[in-house]
Design a protein around this ligand. Structure first.
Ligand SMILES: [Zn+2]
Ligand SMILES: [Zn+2]
Length: 329
């Protein structure tokens, strides 16, 4: 047998299916610093040497707006697709357009993890109104450090949230205005390379000396971070009625804790009222993350992942143990 016939196999070579766009890996999924969808689109455009607008209008929009003339789409801008109000960080949230973008992008890149760059998994559970900023925000120190350490510069989903006002690592306030041209920067622009201003193209990273007082922001930021970390761990879409049951139980436990020891009244009295109103009136409505879920978890001494991932029986046990009260439901 010659060497040629030894190497030749009649079995056809298995070539994995090719994706239309690069199968670019999103950054830090499963950590508090998971990349945002808008950041991913911007990096994907850069990887193809395209502006974000060309990528979105040329490749993504035709699959979303099937009836429109494709040649005309290329001449239109991003706000034609996203709508003026949606060309905001809400695009990283749970809107209808977010869902369409993720579906099409997952199809084009053949990836299955792009929904974790948004809050889509929490649709119906968490209220998205007022949750996101209207413009980009960034920690100049993070970007400067990443650049110096030759890491990929990107925008974490965490920075899209209105209540994330500071960077816990650098103890700095997030910046919302370009220091070079004074502009507020839209989340999706014609071209918005991470780390640079989309108006004047100035570098936005900076080393800053001194530290801000950050303790008052810590609970909210840690709560939001926990939610981002938890997102890829959800094996199924959470069910609102299960959350309502757990919140009603927490309210009951708080009442029993106060009954047992009045010292809890000052700490838990206020939140019981909000809980009762929310869990009775809401039923299948989404809850406020920052106004309700995070403070309730803090007072109940449970983590966001315990609230969402534990089955009801284990949840009951932990909650009663936290307040050292007997189970009498
Ligand atoms: Zn930072
Ligand atoms: Zn600028």
């Amino acid at each position: 047998m010659s060497i040629y016939s030894e190497l030749w196999s009649p079995k056809p070579l298995e070539i994995p299916q090719r994706s239309r766009l690069f199968c670019l890996e999103p950054i830090a999924v499963g950590t508090p610093y998971a990349e945002s969808l808008s950041s991913y689109i911007n990096r994907l455009a850069q990887a193809h040497c395209l502006t974000s607008q060309k990528l979105v209008m040329g490749e993504i929009a035709p699959l979303i707006l099937k009836d429109e003339d494709q040649s005309e789409l290329l001449s239109k801008n991003l706000s034609h697709l996203l709508g003026n109000s949606d060309a905001k960080p809400a695009i990283n949230g749970m809107r209808e357009m977010t869902e369409k973008l993720v579906t099409v992008l997952e199809e084009l890149t053949r990836r299955q993890d792009l929904r974790f760059l948004t809050l889509l998994s929490w649709k119906g559970m968490i209220h998205d109104q007022g949750l996101f900023r209207n413009y980009r925000a960034w920690c100049p120190c993070c970007w400067e450090v990443w650049k110096q350490e030759k890491k990929t510069v990107y925008e974490p989903l965490l920075w899209s949230f209105k209540d994330v006002e500071v960077c816990l690592i650098h103890k700095q306030r997030l910046v919302e205005v370009c220091p070079h041209c004074g502009s507020s920067l839209p989340v999706m622009a014609r071209t918005s390379p991470a780390g640079f201003c989309s108006r004047c193209y100035g570098w936005l990273g900076q080393e800053i000396k001194g530290e801000e007082e950050i303790e008052k922001y810590r609970v909210n930021i840690q709560g939001i971070s926990e939610l981002i970390v938890l997102t890829p761990q959800l094996e199924y879409q959470p069910i609102p009625i299960e959350l309502t049951r757990k919140l009603q139980l927490i309210s009951l436990v708080f009442e029993q804790a106060i009954e047992k020891d009045l010292k809890f009244l000052g700490e838990l009295g206020g939140i019981i009222e909000s809980l009762k109103i929310a869990s009775i009136q809401n039923q299948n409505q989404p809850y406020h993350l920052v106004k309700l879920i995070i403070p309730v978890c803090e007072k109940a001494k449970i983590s966001i992942s315990q609230l969402f991932l534990l089955n009801f029986k284990n949840f009951v046990e932990i909650l009663f143990k936290n307040f050292a009260i007997e189970l009498k439901l």
